[in-house]
Structures are given as structure tokens and as C-alpha cells.
Design a protein around this ligand. Structure first.
Ligand SMILES: [Zn+2]
Length: 143
């Protein structure tokens, strides 16, 4: 399999799926990291299920939720594998943050990535929008 630098979930560059995709258990498994999604471990079928493939309505693309899941919870267990068996439950059980709570998440992240009070944060909208469960970096938080 060829090495992939494009994330299969968010489509972002500079992803590190050094082994590309593996064909263990006859399923294509994406196992690597993405600057936007964090540590990713999911089957190709699970990703296809949420990415809106076959849907004509863009709002049915739920890949941003899978990206947010991995960014927030993907490092919890090295053995966690997202498959078609668990992806719907994982996305359904994601917290439904209000705009104010999303703003708090953003402030907490900004504080956590600043070296001291008053210093600039390491937050980058184009990379870090999954922190606030946004569809993309242009989404407005307060909607
Ligand atoms: Zn990604």
C-alpha cells in the first residue's frame, strides 16, 4: 500500500499514516495521526459511512464529528478501533455542546497551549476546529 499524507477523514495534509492502510482481517484499517484529527484508528468502511459518500446533501457529511471524536478521545486507548459496528454509537454519544460551551472549550484549549498568561496560543483555526466540534475552520462557534 502506498504511504498516505492526506487524512482519510478530514482530507487535511501532513497526515502520517506511514504504513498507509493495512489489510488486517480483510478490512482496510487507517492507523496513524493527523494534525487536525489526532490519533486515528478506523476502518475504511467506518470512515465511508460517515463521510457522506453517496449522499447528495452535504449536511449529511458527519466526518467532522469523527474528526472531533478522534481529536478528543482517540488517544484514550491504543487498541480502540472505530468500525462500522461502533461508529454510529460513538458519534451519537458525543457531547452536544452549546455555543457557550464551545467557546469555553476554545478558551480552555487556548490556555492549555499558551506558555504563560498573556502569551499567544498555539491555536490555529484551520488545524484545531475539531476541538470545538465545528464542521470546518470557517464555521461560526456561536451558531
Ligand atoms: Zn484528519
Amino acid at each position: 500500500m502506498p504511504e498516505s499524507r492526506t487524512c482519510p477523514i478530514c482530507g487535511g495534509p501532513n497526515a502520517d499514516f506511514a504504513g498507509g492502510r493495512s489489510d488486517r482481517h480483510r478490512e482496510l484499517i487507517w492507523d496513524g495521526t493527523c494534525p487536525r484529527c489526532g490519533k486515528v484508528r478506523a476502518t475504511d468502511e467506518a470512515i465511508a459511512r460517515v463521510n457522506g459518500a453517496g449522499h447528495s446533501i452535504p449536511s449529511q457529511d458527519r466526518s467532522y464529528l469523527l474528526s472531533a471524536f478522534f481529536r478528543h478521545f482517540g488517544t484514550g486507548s491504543a487498541d480502540q478501533l472505530v468500525t462500522t459496528s461502533n461508529v454510529e454509537a460513538l458519534l451519537r454519544d458525543l457531547p452536544a455542546y452549546t455555543p457557550m460551551e464551545k467557546r469555553d472549550l476554545l478558551l480552555q484549549y487556548a490556555a492549555a497551549t499558551s506558555i504563560k498568561v498573556g502569551a499567544e496560543s498555539d491555536y490555529r483555526a484551520d488545524r484545531d476546529y475539531p476541538i470545538v466540534f465545528a464542521r470546518d475552520h470557517e464555521s461560526r462557534l456561536l451558531r
